[in-house]
Design a protein around this ligand. Sequence first.
Ligand SMILES: Nc1nc2c(c(=O)[nH]1)N[C@H]1C(S)=C(S)[C@@H](COP(=O)(O)OP(=O)(O)OC[C@H]3O[C@@H](n4cnc5c(=O)[nH]c(N)nc54)[C@H](O)[C@@H]3O)O[C@H]1N2
Ligand SMILES: Nc1nc2c(c(=O)[nH]1)N[C@H]1C(S)=C(S)[C@@H](COP(=O)(O)OP(=O)(O)OC[C@H]3O[C@@H](n4cnc5c(=O)[nH]c(N)nc54)[C@H](O)[C@@H]3O)O[C@H]1N2
Ligand code: SF4
Ligand SMILES: [Mo]
Length: 579
Amino acid sequence: MSQTTTCPLDCYDACRIVIDTNGKLKGDGSHPITQGYLCPHLNHFDEFQRIVEPRFEGKVITMDEAMQRLFCVLQEGNPQKTLFYRGSGNIGLMQRSMEHFFAGMDAMGTRGSLCDGAGEAGIIDGRGINYALSPDIINEAEVVIVWGRNPHVTHSHVLRALKNKSIIVIDPVQTKLAKAADLHVQIKPHCDMQLALLLSRFVVIEGSQDEEFLKKYGKEYHDLYELTQTLRIKATLESIDVTLGQVGSILGLIRDKKTVILVGTGVQKYRNGAEVLRAIDALGAILGLFGKPGCGVGFLGSSTQGLNLPFRKLQKTVPIPTINFSIFDTVFVQGGNPLSQMPDSVKVSKEFAASGTKIYFGLYENETSAACDLILPAKTFLEKEDVRSSYGDFSLQKMSKLRESEIGISEYDLAYELCNHFNLSIPTQQECLDIFYDQMVRKNGVDYRKNMPDIPYENGFETDSGEFEFMDELDLGSNDDEGLFLLTPKFAKSLNSQFHRSSGIHLHPQCGFEEGAMVRVTSKTGSIQLSVFHDGRLRGDCAIIYAGTPGVNNLTPSLLSYEGENAVYQENKIKVEKC
Ligand SMILES: Nc1nc2c(c(=O)[nH]1)N[C@H]1C(S)=C(S)[C@@H](COP(=O)(O)OP(=O)(O)OC[C@H]3O[C@@H](n4cnc5c(=O)[nH]c(N)nc54)[C@H](O)[C@@H]3O)O[C@H]1N2
Ligand SMILES: Nc1nc2c(c(=O)[nH]1)N[C@H]1C(S)=C(S)[C@@H](COP(=O)(O)OP(=O)(O)OC[C@H]3O[C@@H](n4cnc5c(=O)[nH]c(N)nc54)[C@H](O)[C@@H]3O)O[C@H]1N2
Ligand code: SF4
Ligand SMILES: [Mo]
């Protein structure tokens, strides 16, 4: 057994873990990103109570009985009415072995995303392919614009790469990074597209566009410039709450400097989320930030780009944010908590209850396990073999088994038993792992995906024209509804709904509610009662209810982004009233 493994959690950093002689998890000091420390989720990983025994209708059963139940349910069910739902509780690639089984059955799967699908669609429109921007490149930048991302909370290991650089933060919240930044633009939520377009326009007005780059890879930029001219400067700045002085400061800080723009999921939790990313990318293209050392626009990169997977894929799918569970006879949930994490939770819970047999395959109890008939405990990432591809860089790292345990079953073993029972083919575990290992290339002690570029887009874009494709129409997605903007960013102590979840609503101290008061929060979709926390980091027109807070998604709509089939958690405004 190897002594290192990789963190399984949905996070940009993909840390490498060593296990010390007392069995304690430590950050690997020789790993360039981890550099010897892990975040609190992993430091406390062993303290969280996991599901130990299988259950059926509330009664503890043996694993053999659980398998017989599962065979029976799947045998009797109509594959067309069987749904396989995979969350992102563990993002190891072997999680997909279960999809291989369900694809063999011709069951229904999901498409789209609860996470970054809107932004990714916008990136693909412009660049053709969504490459990650690795910390190596960020290291060489002189200026970093952190746009709707919160690294202190969501991926602390990138902070090292931001040291001794000019930092610009564009975020409606005064995050920890915003406090320390050279410039914080506390923009009104959902106004990032307007800001990106205005910045592009000013770059061209002052003549600092990268003509040499644009001649090769962005000849259509004049059309984008024309499009930006449809925005009235003064009125737009007023409506997005950004001053001309701040625009001038941004331009001053980035002029002739190697610049990186790090975009997070915050800007794209709206119906026009794809277009927001495309507009920010267009600014990057006009500045010539692609294909050069120390420059780039980074989002959550595609972690499966260029990877050959040994598993069958589900052919029939429904969009994940708007699934109607009630039309299925059998629902199999793996590594996720849809009853809390999908939008419009009240609708989701009702429809889930109205579906047939519900199976939960996971590590922890949550809203979804409480609503399921059959519970199958999973093995932790320390107890099974896997491989992790990252969306923060191109690493493709082994997740080796470091512990034995009597508890639970691994995804591969379950898929193997199911395939055997139903006479479906499946490669052996070692064959699957070898397919992944063969796609690794080692550099400075870390394994990376083969055939990934050192500097993304160095030879242009993967669009039909080979050039950056600028947007040719605008949908500003303005929301004139009354009420407060609801922000649902990530919480430091939880990983979505795993670990220590948040509670309450955060409001500006001048909101008129006392700290600790119970309030009723209402949106077009639903309502919830929460207690108030005062939070001076917020704008007066915003509220925060952190992602993972029980009930937050009572407020969020069952809608898809216009592109990317993504959830739109920040589309609804909210009203807050005293209970
Ligand atoms: N501790 C912790 N870490 C995590 C996670 C977690 O739950 N907890 N989740 C992981 C997952 S699944 C993901 S996808 C990543 C996401 O990681 P991030 O991309 O950092 O995601 P968020 O926290 O959702 O949003 C980041 C920032 O966007 C800001 N924001 C919100 N709305 C707007 C807007 O309209 N405009 C602008 N400019 N900014 C806005 C928020 O105030 C917040 O500071 O984090 C991963 N890491
Ligand atoms: N309001 C609002 N809602 C959001 C978001 C938001 O920003 N705002 N963010 C969205 C985003 S970005 C994401 S990615 C989703 C995430 O939503 P989900 O994918 O549902 O993730 P979690 O809530 O973390 O649930 C993960 C579950 O996986 C299980 N698990 C952990 N490890 C393993 C394992 O090795 N095997 C198996 N079988 N199970 C395991 C655990 O039991 C855990 O409860 O939530 C989305 N929901
Ligand atoms: S920072 Fe991210 S990758 Fe590193 S240990 Fe924490 S959750 Fe895992
Ligand atoms: Mo996510």
